[in-house]
Design a protein around this ligand. Structure first.
Ligand code: NAP
Length: 489
């Protein structure tokens, strides 16, 4: 089962001892002492007082090491670490012959590439395994998450335990997935500010949110694809729910810059059972799916792919999630039916919300900045249209902001001037970052009921979990996880 090693980025012996204690509290099973990043180290003291098993690393400068030194000095430090009882030392393949092995410590033999992903990682792993490594480590840099796929076959194929890391943002998911596919361990940072390699996750997050310690061959795989996805709340929300549901599953995020069709096909083959899909791949996800439900077809976009017997089914959980916010605000679907709803925006979110709202029986008025786009959506849905700057005098019961106005970093924006907010109406902002948008603050001041976007976000995620697992999620807990994540930013 997955072991997390906290890679320490500290300057001296005392800081390293403190950091090892923090690593233990973070749930790490090991700590990596990066001697090349330290200005001073006392190996004897470090190894005598270590609260955790350690990997002692003195990285060569051309393999990403912090500072250069004589090769003899570097290897002497590693040999001494073994003599003093270090559980592991990490040495580059080219330097292995010079290492003096003693004690029971095991030797991790590593290959790093900070620029690219080698053509034949399997061959590389075989070569390292055949040259006397106790553990093989390959840390390479993909330019697309598709490149990471060969990493997942290494642990099963290799005669020695394997550590397989895709570095950088395109490899971030591999730091968790490799454990699912049998990697010996994975590295995490003590905090986001203390990374020792690009793309590292915090060790506490790996052991806590992602339950790295429990990842193994039975763990079910889910994820989100988009570009960008770095700030997605979905991993926090989904993984929190899985833990509460006691579901042996993990949800990871993938920045997929292009080729979403190929990504979905090949990660499905790898064993993924469901994908959340976000900007800009929602249309492509629908087009490449084997099957689609009415919502996804009518909206023309999928935010969810559910894999059933190897086939991807496209659905859209945004529509119901948006409608349900208004159903709750009006205290019942029958009370919502017949109301006039002003839908601000004509992008993907507006399309989903508009389709759902019309099915819920509302009278819909679409308003958009770009008249042509707004008019087209209104026509397709069978709704009325108004230009965004021509809303004076329009009577409505509820307004839905499905534009990106008000969203971080453009928090000063609002799609509806304060004087056009009618007292007694419901103002629902699908934007949830920040939670309290200018539109919602002004709505409250004007005596309207403000509904924030987090409820919709949680509902669309809960609906995905239901589709993927057949089980109800924990919306309240998911909401708390989302809010916590937003607050920590
Ligand atoms: P999108 O397809 O890019 O559409 C963006 C919309 O915003 C378009 O209607 C666009 O108008 C409008 N817009 C952008 N900048 C504007 C400006 N300066 N002034 C006036 N209108 C402007 O994006 P999307 O996927 O629909 O997402 C829109 C929003 O929905 C996002 O803020 C997102 O946070 C939210 N959302 C929330 C959830 C949730 O679960 N709560 C789910 C999905 C989306 P033009 O046509 O004139 O460009």
């Amino acid at each position: 089962m997955g072991l997390v090693c906290a890679a320490l980025n500290v300057k001296d012996t005392e800081a390293a001892l403190g950091a090892m204690r923090r690593a233990k509290l973070a749930g790490a099973g090991l700590a990596e002492l990066r001697l090349d990043l330290m200005e001073e180290f006392d190996l004897e003291r470090l190894l005598t007082y270590r609260p955790l098993p350690v990997i002692v690393t003195y990285r060569r400068k051309d393999q990403g090491g912090g500072r250069g030194c004589e090769e003899s000095e570097r290897l002497a430090a590693l040999s001494r670490a073994l003599e003093l009882g270090a559980e592991y030392v990490d040495v580059e393949l080219g330097s292995l012959a010079e290492l003096e092995r003693s004690g029971a410590g095991r030797v991790i033999v590593s290959h790093h590439d900070f620029e690219k992903f080698p053509e034949d990682v399997a061959g590389l792993a075989r070569e390292i395994a055949g040259r006397g490594a106790d553990v093989v480590k390959i840390a390479v840099t993909p330019a697309h998450p598709l490149e990471c796929l060969p990493l997942y076959g290494l642990p099963a194929a290799c005669t020695k335990p394997v550590i397989a890391v895709g570095m950088g943002e395109f490899g971030a998911a591999s730091r968790l997935l490799s454990l699912r596919f049998g990697a010996y361990l994975s590295y995490g940072a003590l905090s986001a500010e203390e990374c020792t390699a690009p793309g590292q996750l915090a060790a506490a997050e790996m052991t806590g949110l992602y339950r790295a310690g429990e990842l193994g061959e039975t763990t079910r795989l889910f994820g989100v694809i988009g570009d960008p996805v770095a700030h997605s709340l979905s991993p926090a929300v989904h993984n929190t729910a899985y833990r509460r549901m006691n579901l042996d599953a993990v949800y990871v995020s993938f920045r997929v810059p292009d080729r979403p069709e190929e990504f979905l096909r090949r990660y499905t083959r790898l064993g993924f059972e469901g994908f959340s899909v976000t900007i800009p791949h929602k249309r492509a996800a629908l087009e490449c799916a084997d099957d689609a439900d009415d919502a996804a077809r009518a909206i023309g976009a999928a935010n969810t792919i559910t894999v059933i017997a190897g086939r991807g089914r496209a659905t859209n959980t945004d529509a119901d999630a948006a409608v349900n916010q208004l159903v709750a605000a009006f205290e019942g679907a029958d009370r919502l039916a017949g109301k006039t709803v002003l839908l601000l925006g004509a992008g993907g979110a507006a399309r989903a919300a508009g389709w759902g709202l019309l099915r819920a029986g509302v009278k819909l008025v679409v308003a958009n900045r770009t008249v042509e786009r707004g008019r087209k959506l209104a026509e397709e849905l069978g709704a009325d249209f108004r230009a965004l700057d021509d809303l004076e005098g329009l009577a409505y019961d509820a307004a839905v902001n499905a534009t990106s106005l008000g969203m971080s970093p453009r928090t000063a924006g609002t799609p509806l001037a304060a004087e056009l907010i009618r007292p007694g109406t419901v103002i629902f902002d699908t934007v949830y970052n920040p939670l309290s948008t200018r539109l919602l603050r002004e709505a409250e001041k004007r005596g309207a009921r403000a509904v924030d976007g987090i409820g919709m976000f949680v509902e669309q995620a809960a609906a995905q979990i239901l589709q993927w697992t057949g089980r109800k999620a924990w919306p309240r807990l998911m909401r708390e996880a989302a809010l916590e994540r937003l607050e920590s930013r």
